[in-house]
Design a protein around this ligand. Structure first.
Ligand code: ADP
Ligand code: MG
Length: 249
């Protein structure tokens, strides 16, 4: 089953065409790592898939729900809501509410978006904190948590909405090196779970090598190259990918 489709997806800011006709398909359960230099359009692509950006041209389909450039009717609103519910997003900056506890952060959308009764939300929220290994931090405020713990709370918050797709935008880039491992461990655990589809922008090449089913390499708003990790890292086809890999190794 195909979970993510983009068809000739373009995104322009003012005169700057940032995505230039992206065609992409991701199957259910696939773990795809998105690589590419800064400014190549990786974050913009994720934001388009999450319904955080309007599309300039083309279309996306998330688990069969379609958004097209220029769509503006009621169907558009329904589809947009549907897509936001199905895609959880984890950002480089964890964006937790500072005045809410770990559990409070995890259940916020359950209360507000899903209108779930508090007791039920807390039960589900605790399950999600357990999944990321932070059940004992339920009452801790973000300022009392390490960066790695804060990011794990942010992952639990995304999981609480029970999305089919998780989008990660450089989830470990803001962390001190010694805290990166615990977040990657949680992501590895999620990747092994049946059915979870993940699209991950990261500079962690060991994660890309060991966990991804497929690597996409973007440059200048296009997908320049895609392959299984072994082939991509072992024998990159394009000169641009070779240059990129030489710089980070
Ligand atoms: P990446 O995540 O690969 O570093 P981005 O998707 O963040 O790349 O950005 C791609 C290009 O789009 C950059 O040139 C950036 O300046 C531009 N861009 C991103 N977001 C906006 C925005 N909200 N308004 C104007 N330009 C933007
Ligand atoms: Mg980015």
């Amino acid at each position: 089953m195909t979970m993510i489709v983009t068809k000739e997806l373009s995104k322009t800011y003012h005169d700057n065409e940032v995505l230039k006709g992206i065609d992409l398909e991701v199957r259910q359960g696939e773990i795809v790592v998105l690589l590419g230099p800064s400014g190549s359009g990786k974050s913009t692509l994720l934001r388009c898939l999450n319904g955080l950006e309007t599309l300039t041209k083309g279309a996306i389909e998330i688990n069969g729900v379609r958004l097209e450039a220029g769509m503006k009717n009621r169907a558009f609103k329904n589809n947009l809501l549907n897509i936001r519910k199905q895609t959880g997003m984890v950002f480089q900056q964890f964006n937790l509410y500072p005045h809410k506890t770990a559990l409070g952060n995890v259940i916020e959308s359950l209360l507000i978006v899903k209108k779930m009764p508090r007791a039920q939300a807390e039960q589900l929220g605790m399950k999600m904190l357990e999944r990321v290994g932070l059940a004992d931090k339920r009452d801790a405020y973000p300022s009392k948590l390490s960066g790695g713990q804060q990011q794990r709370v942010a992952i639990a918050r995304a999981l609480a909405m029970e999305p089919d797709i998780l989008l990660f935008d450089e989830p470990t880039s803001a962390l001190d090196p010694e805290l990166v491992g615990e977040v990657l461990d949680v992501m590895r655990m999620l990747a092994r779970e049946e059915g979870m589809t993940m699209l991950v922008v990261t500079h962690e090449m060991s994660f890309a090598r060991n966990v991804a089913n497929r690597v996409l390499f973007m440059d200048g708003g296009v997908i320049v190259e895609e392959n299984d990790p072994e082939t991509f890292f072992g024998q990159p086809k394009t000169e641009r990918a070779q240059r990129f890999l030489n710089k980070i190794n």
